[in-house]
Ligand binder design. Sequence first.
Ligand code: 4AD
Ligand code: MG
Length: 437
Amino acid sequence: MPRILSSDLQKHINEEVAVSGWLHKRRELGGMTFLVLRDRRGLIQILDEKSKEVEKLDGLQNGTILAVKGTVVEDERAPGGVEIHEPEVTVDVPVKFVMPIEIDKPLDHKPDNLDVLFENRVVGLRNLQEAAIFKVQDAVKQAVREYLQGLDFVEFNSPKLLPGSTEGGAEVFKLNYFGREATLAQSAQFYKQIMVGVFERAFEINPTYRAELSATTRHMTEFIHIDAEMGFIEFEDLLELMGGLLNYAVNRVWETSAPDLEKWKATKPVVPAKVPAIPMSEIHEKYTHETGQSTIGEKDLRPDEERWICEYAAENLRSEAVFVVDWPVSEMKFYHRVSKEHPEFAERCDLLFRGVEIATGSMRENRYEVLLEQLKTKVKGNPEHPGFKYYLEAFKYGMPPHGGFGLGLERLTQKIIGLNNVKEATLFPRDINRLAP
Ligand code: 4AD
Ligand code: MG
């Protein structure tokens, strides 16, 4: 008899079927036993009225893998409206250990319980609400791929073991690479630009690493980076690309993943096709005016300011996402392009969504000589260093005007679902204290 999945039982009412999965829960009620089995689509309730067959489970725990044959009967009290009666139970894999946490009800996501949540991640992920986060994440990833591939982007994979840092700063992991110093990639920045010289439009979705010393709700030491780059564009096109991606992803995920989003009571974010853009100085002025805390002249946004401007945009601009533009040139990366019309600004944008930065994008300096100069003056970089030499080669041999962005998959998933901490949207989070599971 072929195996039937939980989601297909409705099609087999009054028929004899075979199902299999993990014992998820067991309940005794007035001489009857209810078993709940979990398979990849959901739960199956099994009723053993005489509790004879379930004697085979004596001494066995949740997690035990069972094969069950029985008749499908309609019952609105059962998950999915059907249950299996008169079961014949076979134990495929007996489990004698008691699970460290109960997984048949929602797990505790309060900030002071997150460590317990992550410590028990291996079994905790078998909780259906928990697994839903990562099905949504899978749908987000697929939506991103659909959107970019629909625009003729080619997906590639770049190495994560590098001879030098791509983003600068202190947040770089160094390691001993057979006696030489190497780093773990902080982004695919140089490679995605190199790939513009090949495909014009290229992206990757891969892990990147940051030696983040601080414990925040936004930072991890490893995260999945959606890194995209596009040739023959200008700044406005970049905003359109990034805003369009967020708009598409949100709509698509609500089409494909409604039941999983429902498990978290996620509300669909309002993201217009054209996401509004506000200059940083204007945000500082508004925030200072509204809160009485002066940020005028600051060269970045404070976390609280990011939250505030998102609330402002939701209320006044009908958008839960907003671009921050006109970033001071003093803070720019060496690969950024300085605005022609306003040389005090770099052509950079940060995309904020529901209170947090989910992406940074910029136009890149594509003129070899200017890039070389910026490398030397901005980061004291040595053009002959293997960390820069090959990147520069792309420019030596012709690069069009181009721009792109890096977007954190976990932050995007977190905000789509409405979770408080980016780690809750990460299967096995890595931070300064956690290297396992
Ligand atoms: O803002 P970041 O550092 O930008 C870059 O890496 C550039 N190369 C992007 C570009 O193409 N111009 O990182 C991009 C995004 C952030 O907006 C955030 O969503 C995510 O990556 N991110 C992190 N997510 C989790 N933990 C961390 N420590 C993160 N650091 C960045
Ligand atoms: Mg950034």
